[in-house]
Design a protein around this ligand. Structure first.
Ligand code: RIB
Length: 300
């Protein structure tokens, strides 16, 4: 079983020809809303990959909550771990430019109410795969790592969005998934030895006994374990909107591990799913089904 402990947002999306510079106003082309939040996106990706998924998080008692949870509900995700709290449902204000680049500002709202007691009460089990990100308070993630270790569950920490004060959490996870910018910043913060990214990934894996996975967008993904170094390519695509691609990677990766796939195969499926997620607008609406990933891999 996959358990995602993380954020649930409603994404407020404006498309435009080019992103604004600081202090500048540009005219938007379209406005839409879609369910989002890194935690919820990863939960839906894992469900679309075929895993049994439980979401732990919080929404407000407001008009946005129903829409924020709609695709998770439709995707069969168990929402019994989602609390309703006295705060606004989290939102992300997202700008997407014509060339698929984006800017995101998040107002966490109810996500800030995912606290230590809330997660400590969760029934983690041996063999569960628990997915975490940095959009809920650190104390909650720390409590999850503690409870997961006690239960014999496997943890996958996605280091998005980058938070300088989160370096201490990396060595607690069984698998760390970072994009290249996040990894390079953490590598500096943790004073990892080596001159190349590959050296520094190996240094992290050997020093902590954990696996580190670094996503490179269109260039694929790298992974270091204490005994191995892997490289996996991405699909050749022209991105329309990359929002949620990293979350799709993480959800598919967790689901593949949960299904018992070896690391190389789990990375291959996750990278293909992440590529396909760039072909449609929005985070959750763009997450591919397992059959789409199978078809794309068969053609690759
Ligand atoms: O990773 C994409 C997500 O980041 C969006 O869905 C948005 O809600 C923000 O949390």
């Amino acid at each position: 079983m996959i358990v995602v402990v993380g954020s649930i947002n409603l994404d407020l999306i404006v498309t435009m020809d080019r992103l604004p510079a600081p202090g500048e106003t540009v005219s938007g082309k379209t406005f839409s809303t879609a369910p989002g939040g890194k935690g919820a996106n990863q939960a839906l990706a894992a469900a679309r990959a075929g895993a049994k998924v439980r979401m732990v998080g919080a929404v407000g008692r407001d008009a946005f909550a129903g829409e924020a949870l709609a695709l998770l509900k439709a995707g069969g995700v168990d929402l019994s771990g989602v609390a309703e709290v006295h705060a606004a449902t989290g939102i992300a204000s997202i700008y997407v430019s014509g060339d698929g680049e984006n800017m995101i500002a998040v107002a966490p709202g109810a996500n800030a109410a995912v606290t230590k007691p809330a997660v400590a009460a969760q029934p983690f089990k041996a063999g569960d795969h628990i997915l975490l990100q940095h959009e809920i308070p650190f104390v909650a993630n720390e409590a999850v790592f503690e409870a997961a270790r006690g239960a014999g569950a496997v943890t996958v920490l996605n280091t998005a969005p980058y938070r300088a004060d989160a370096a201490h959490l990396l060595e607690k996870a069984d698998y760390v998934v970072a994009n290249e910018t996040e990894f390079d910043l953490f590598a500096d913060a943790l004073s990892l030895g080596g001159t190349t990214r590959e050296d520094r990934m190996r240094a992290f894996a050997v020093g902590t006994g954990r696996a580190i996975i670094v996503t490179l967008g269109g260039d694929g993904v790298l992974a270091a374990t204490p005994s191995d170094f892997l490289k996996v390519g991405a699909l050749k695509i022209t991105p329309v909107d990359t929002v949620g691609a990293g979350d799709t990677f993480c959800g598919y990766f967790g689901a593949a591990l949960d299904a018992g796939l070896p690391l190389q195969e789990a990375l291959r499926r996750a990278a293909a799913a992440g590529s396909l997620a760039c072909l449609k607008p929005g985070a959750q609406p763009a997450i591919p089904l397992a059959a789409d990933v199978d078809a794309a891999l068969a053609k690759a």
